[in-house]
Ligand binder design. Structure first.
Ligand SMILES: *[C@@H]1O[C@H](CO)[C@@H](O)[C@H](O)[C@H]1NC(C)=O
Ligand SMILES: *[C@@H]1O[C@H](CO)[C@@H](O)[C@H](O)[C@H]1NC(C)=O
Length: 429
């Protein structure tokens, strides 16, 4: 308790530092970062002064087996956030698992300690070893710190360094994501209870009211066909059911924390949202996407998010065509475009091998120019140079990580200097 009050005290001091801004009617206002709540207007996201903004950032996973933001056995939270800041980035997509909230409910409303979380996921010996490394690098924590207090500390430090937090419900059961046979693929799948999901969204949105930099939330990462569950697939893997679940999730978030922007992900691992953008039938029904079916007051809060991993595509023209068709055309609209619903659209995941040359290939270089040219926001997968555990392997090395194994330096300095920093600049300028 004492611990989290101390942190919140510091964060609110930082967040209250005003930056002078002009409002629409020319009156000088002292708008404190993040100057929310944000709203959408057509294809733009606007802050409280009516100025448009987008995100250029990275994914920081906290949804895997341990359900604690990754990397803290190697570096302090401050150091990691400084690294993100040094790229010029302004946003982090911070992922969480519904299981974390389920366990809080199962434990009488109390979150479990990080000691218990590490031991549960890594075993007694390794769990204690990693816990002690985390405590050495982050001495403000103790064995009895809870997982949510770690999320709080991450959110507070991001706010202190003026980086927006986009919370993302990545998965239900805490583990590496995503496959269509992992039991987390669709509402009703083995681990994916719709009721636990709305409860978890609501809990995290409410909890996040104390995070000064929390500006948005993604309802669910990469909805996908539960291919090992054919009856579920036949019964509900479709756009009509998707529309219903999105309304439920949005209602849960809105009731808990009405300021947040709400991000919607598409089908097939969030690779397309065409029927939503083009106003086509949400099959098997005949109805079409309607903001009016989202409760009044938050139709102006909806943002579309897409992922793309067409890493071996042969031409930038094909990739651009695919992205526009898959939903990025919602940024453009216009007569004859086929776009019925204009939205802000962001690419919340794309990524590739961090080495000396992959970033120079078609896929990475195309995205590096195309997304900024659209003024589309993005968060690259992934910040993590390693995971506490991934798919059963402890201290798993992430060759797609912006950071190296011990989170101390960039894994591909040539990418960072040769493309990434410019991509950030060109997106935010
Ligand atoms: C804000 O909107 C203008 C066009 O009105 C555009 O040129 C600029 O790039 C936008 N900025 C961001 C950060 O999206
Ligand atoms: C939903 O949460 C409860 C705890 O409140 C838990 O016992 C149950 O296993 C969860 N359901 C699923 C499908 O994970």
């Amino acid at each position: 308790m004492k611990f989290s009050f101390a942190l919140l005290g510091l964060a609110s001091v930082a967040a209250a530092v005003p930056s002078p801004q002009l409002t629409n009617d020319g009156v000088s206002a002292r708008a404190a970062w993040p100057n929310g709540p944000f709203v959408t207007s057509g294809r733009w996201i606007l802050d409280a002064s009516g100025k448009n903004l987008t995100y250029a950032g990275t994914n920081w996973p906290g949804h895997a087996d341990v359900m604690i933001p990754e990397g803290l056995q190697y570096q302090s939270i401050e150091t990691i956030v400084q690294k993100i800041k040094s790229l010029g980035m302004n946003a982090v997509r911070l992922t969480f698992a519904i299981q974390m909230v389920d366990e809080i409910y199962a434990n009488g409303g109390k979150d479990i300690t990080i000691q218990k979380a590490f031991v549960q996921a890594l075993g007694q010996a390794n769990g204690m070893k990693v816990l002690n490394q985390v405590l050495a690098k982050n001495p403000r924590f103790s064995a009895s710190t809870t997982r949510l207090q770690v999320f709080d500390a991450v959110a507070d430090e991001l706010a202190k360094q003026q980086i927006y937090v986009h919370l993302d419900n990545h998965i239900s059961k805490g583990m590496w994501c995503c496959s269509s046979t992992d039991g987390n693929s669709w509402w009703g799948d083995t681990y994916f209870s719709a009721a636990n999901w709305t409860r978890g969204l609501s809990y995290m949105a409410d909890h996040g009211r104390s995070w000064p930099g929390l500006t948005s939330i993604g309802l669910r990462n990469e909805p996908r066909d539960p291919t090992n569950n054919p009856s579920l697939s036949r019964a509900s893997y479709n756009w009509e059911a998707w529309h219903g679940y999105m309304r439920q999730g949005a209602a849960a978030v809105h009731a808990a924390h009405p300021d947040l922007l709400i991000f919607l992900s598409g089908l097939s691992f969030d690779t397309y949202l065409t029927p939503v953008v083009r106003g086509q039938a949400l099959t098997p029904g005949a109805g079409t996407f309607s903001r009016d079916e989202f409760a009044p007051g938050y139709a102006g809060k909806l943002v579309l998010e897409l992922h793309n991993y067409e890493n071996s595509i042969g031409s930038c023209g094909s990739l651009q065509g695919n992205l526009l068709r898959n939903g990025f055309e919602a940024l453009q609209g216009g007569t004859g475009s086929g776009v019925v619903n204009v939205f802000p659209v962001m690419m919340t995941e794309f990524g590739f091998q961090m080495d000396a040359s992959t970033w120079k290939g078609v896929y990475a270089s195309c995205l590096a120019s195309f997304l900024p040219s659209l003024k589309a926001g993005w968060t690259i997968w992934v910040l993590a140079g390693s995971y506490y555990i991934r798919s059963g392997t402890q201290d798993y090395d992430e060759s797609w990580g912006l950071l190296n194994h011990d989170w101390s330096a960039w894994r591909s300095p040539s990418y960072v200097e040769g493309a990434l920093k410019a991509m950030v600049r060109n997106t935010l300028s």
